[in-house]
Design a protein around this ligand. Structure first.
Ligand code: SAM
Length: 340
């Protein structure tokens, strides 16, 4: 098969189809243990959870054991480990990005407690039909908000804006949407790399999660800078969720086996490694970059696998691991360690 758009290219491995687990990375030659085989520096969508925004640098994700970072920008609601990282972040998001994050921070400041609705992990995932209906349900209000943004002073249009911004806020879902909309706006060349990724047609965890997305959509229509409005659509937000769902990497602390979960991000280049409960490749985050190193000698044509499980999850029994992978990633693990 031809190399998917945005995938890592190397003499050491190639991407091929497998019978039961989609595409995967295979060694093109014998590779000794401890070989750095790839680096992925193509971070696209990123979410830094709101509770970590004062402690974790939004650019390089450095963390000082819970101590607040000194370089802060209260207008956008982020902190940085240095002035250099602050500048890099501003360069990356551009002026429209800074304006977007400022608008989001103005809306979410002092309201973050409202959205802490409990989510039951056993709630069913919304079906394709329920997803379509949920987006259709907000289409009318979205049209009225767009008219208000175009300058209409009609009472009905203004009421639609007010209703949207008064609704409960989900800062982390909103951050996901803003990050994706900005990506689509400022880096259109990266979009095909996202589209090439494995997709999940039912990406919302439960009904609350889907509601958080449709509400965030209306809120963003009401507040984002004008150049972003054409990219603030149900279609773009849905594509972002379908690709993020089975491809994002957790951004965790580098100590304590990653016990602190800061958020997550999508690195398309790194998204072709399948999972194994006994992986032959280890992954290590170095700032914004993922490095992949062989954990043992690997033979030519052997599949190169990482683990999708966190440190403590790896110690679980086979049944519990399979359950975790089924629930979080939507697949029945067919790795060598799980096969009986
Ligand atoms: C990050 S993607 C990996 C690349 C993917 N196979 C593709 O074709 O793009 C994750 C998805 O790959 C599949 N996958 C990964 N590891 C697997 C495994 N051990 N057993 C079965 N399917 C797996 C699942 O569909 C999972 O949601």
């Amino acid at each position: 098969m031809s190399c998917p758009h945005g995938a890592l290219v190397s003499d050491l491995f190639s991407i091929r189809r497998t019978p039961n687990s989609g595409r995967a990375v295979f060694a093109s030659e014998d590779i000794p243990a401890d070989t750095l085989i790839a680096k992925a520096d193509d971070l696209t969508i990123t979410v830094l959870l709101r509770e970590y925004r004062k402690e974790v640098c939004i650019h390089c994700f450095s963390y000082d054991r819970g101590n607040g970072l000194k370089t802060r920008d209260s207008a956008v609601g982020f902190a940085y480990c240095s002035a250099e990282c602050q500048q890099k972040w501003r360069d990356d998001v551009g002026d429209v990005g800074v304006a977007a994050w400022t608008a989001v921070e103005m809306l979410t400041k002092n309201r973050s407690r409202e959205d802490e609705e409990m989510q039951d992990v056993d709630d069913p995932r919304p079906t394709s039909r329920e997803i379509t209906q949920a987006w259709e349900k907000v289409a009318n209000q979205a049209a009225l908000i767009r008219l208000a943004r175009q300058g209409s002073s009609s009472k009905q249009h203004r009421k639609s804006v007010h209703a949207a911004i008064s609704a409960p806020i989900s800062p982390d879902v909103m951050a996901f949407c803003v990050s994706g909309i900005l990506l689509r706006y400022s880096k259109p060349e990266v979009w095909p790399s996202l589209l090439a990724l494995a997709t999940d047609s039912k990406p919302y965890h439960n009904a609350n999660d889907l509601l958080a997305f449709t509400r965030s959509y209306l809120q963003l229509l009401a507040i984002l800078p004008e150049p972003l409005l054409e990219f603030t659509t149900p279609e773009i937000l849905f594509v972002l969720s379908t690709r993020d769902s089975h491809n994002s990497f957790g951004i965790r602390s580098l100590e304590d086996e990653g016990s602190e979960f800061f958020g997550y991000g999508c690195w398309p280049a790194a998204s072709y490694f399948n999972h194994s409960c006994g992986p032959n490749v280890s992954k290590q985050r170095v700032g914004r970059v993922w490095e992949f190193t062989t954990a043992r000698d690997v033979g030519k044509d052997e599949e190169l696998c990482i683990t999708y499980l966190s440190g403590e999850e790896r110690q679980l029994s086979r049944g519990r691991r399979m359950e975790r992978l089924r629930r979080t990633w939507g697949f029945e693990c067919g790795c060598e360690r799980c096969e009986i």
